[in-house]
Design a protein around this ligand. Structure first.
Ligand code: FAD
Ligand code: UDP
Length: 368
């Protein structure tokens, strides 16, 4: 009985399976209920030669040397650095709201005055979460804070989470801070890029090992047999048959459109905080500079997760949800040789590098 079971073939499952197969030389069965590997990071090349990120734009970024060197073993990355354009009152500007943004949206004299006041009040390069940025005494900065809150965060957050910025965990909106800097990139991590072979291929290489067997279209519920260890990257409440109630998630609906001209918009991602019902539009050909006379975009609509209707995308970090998750975690601790990980298993808003880092750490903790 030296076989391991890994439930889920996203990054969390693929990394732990790869390490067990490679470093321990043990057998691993990896199952996924979807018809493909790579979980939410899945991408594919369409008939126009455009690499589509099926579940929305995925940009790899990390400050972790360990995660970066591990990831690179499975594929080269380009030097793409992500920028996000937001349309504010019809004007295209970059977010996070930064010093350049001031000059895009305000008359020059006002922008200059605000910039000077910001530089007096905050250290250069400081990232200020919007909920903290609102605590301003100066009248001009108060005006600016209200402007950013209303034009960037309020409506977008309502669309994305179905609630106002005050009612989502501060860490969520802090992902896109007000940035006292001229750096207009979305991420400041040392390492960033898109794997030139695509994410699916990276995961495929992680799983390509004589000790690993992959079964798709296979739900955990139908798997029989004894396993030395089980690593579960599905939703922890589902594992326990929702005995304490269901963990809430947000889901997303991506509406793809094919356009018969080379480009649709000026950037890979354009956010529409205040307009329309979708939050953002992705145009995929930018990531790997795919050459095509056509282009594919996806409009992203956020909605509540409903079992049987749509998929789980985002855990909702909120006190009452964490409390519920902790009840499941206590149950999990009672089990022998069953481990939970990943965005769904840990109920944490992980980026890919964090999911990979967590899988590596769990392997080191449990298997070494
Ligand atoms: P998942 O990828 O969700 O994989 C879990 C797998 O388990 C799934 O394939 C599922 O089918 C399977 N599964 C679940 N239950 C069962 C069961 N009972 N039986 C069998 N199989 C099961 N991260 C970044 O770093 N950069 C980005 O730009 C970025 N953009 C994102 C955009 C969106 C819209 C979303 C939703 C996420 C984004 N992420 C991004 C986060 C990234 O998708 C996650 O960090 C990553 O997918 C986590 O991998 P995972 O393996 O934990 O989970
Ligand atoms: N956000 C916002 N306006 C924007 C971009 C982000 O209000 O134009 C808020 C929103 O609440 C969002 C959060 O910041 O959910 C995190 O944004 P991020 O782009 O990191 O979300 P993800 O890419 O994970 O969906």
């Amino acid at each position: 009985m030296d076989k391991n079971l890994v439930v889920g073939a996203g990054f969390s499952g693929a990394v732990i399976a790869n390490l067990i197969a490679e470093k321990l030389g043990e057998k691993v069965l990896v199952i996924d209920k979807k018809e493909h590997i790579a979980g939410n990071s899945y991408d594919y090349t369409d008939e126009n030669g455009i690499k589509i990120h099926k579940y929305g734009s995925h940009i790899f970024h990390t400050n972790s040397e360990k995660v970066w060197s591990y990831f690179k073993k499975f594929g080269d990355l380009n030097t793409y650095m992500h920028r996000v354009i937001a349309v504010i009152d019809g004007i295209e500007t970059t977010i996070p709201f930064n010093l350049n943004t001031l000059y895009d949206v305000f008359p020059e004299t006002l922008a200059k005055r605000l910039e000077e006041k910001l530089l007096k009040s905050f250290e250069y390069n400081k990232k200020v979460p919007i909920l903290e940025f609102q605590k301003q005494a100066d009248a001009d900065l108060k005006f600016l804070a209200q402007y950013v809150y209303e034009k960037v965060f309020l409506h977008y957050t309502n669309k994305q989470w179905g609630t106002s910025p005050e009612d989502v965990d501060g860490a969520v909106t802090a992902r896109v801070p007000v940035y006292i800097s001229c750096d207009d990139r979305y991420f400041q991590d040392k390492y960033q890029g898109i794997p030139t072979c695509g994410y699916t291929r990276v995961v495929e290489k992680m799983l390509k090992h004589p000790n690993i067997e992959v079964k798709l279209n296979t739900d955990y519920k139908v798997v029989k047999g004894d396993f030395k260890r089980i690593f579960y990257t599905g939703s922890i409440d589902e594992f326990f048959d929702y005995k304490f109630g269901m963990l809430p998630y947000r889901s997303v609906n991506f509406k793809l459109e094919l356009h018969n001209h080379p480009y649709y918009q000026s950037n890979a991602v354009v956010n529409y905080p205040c307009n329309y019902d979708f939050t953002r539009i992705h145009e995929y050909k930018y990531y790997l500079n795919d050459i095509s006379e056509k282009t594919v975009i996806a409009k992203e609509y956020s909605e509540a997760f409903e079992l049987g209707k749509n998929e789980r995308y985002y855990p909702i970090p909120k006190d009452e949800n964490i409390e519920l998750y902790n009840k499941y975690l206590e149950e999990a601790k009672k089990l022998e040789n069953v481990y939970f990980l990943g965005r769904l298993g840990d109920y944490k808003y992980y980026n890919m590098d964090q999911a990979i880092g967590r899988a590596i750490e769990l392997f080191e903790e449990v298997c070494q």
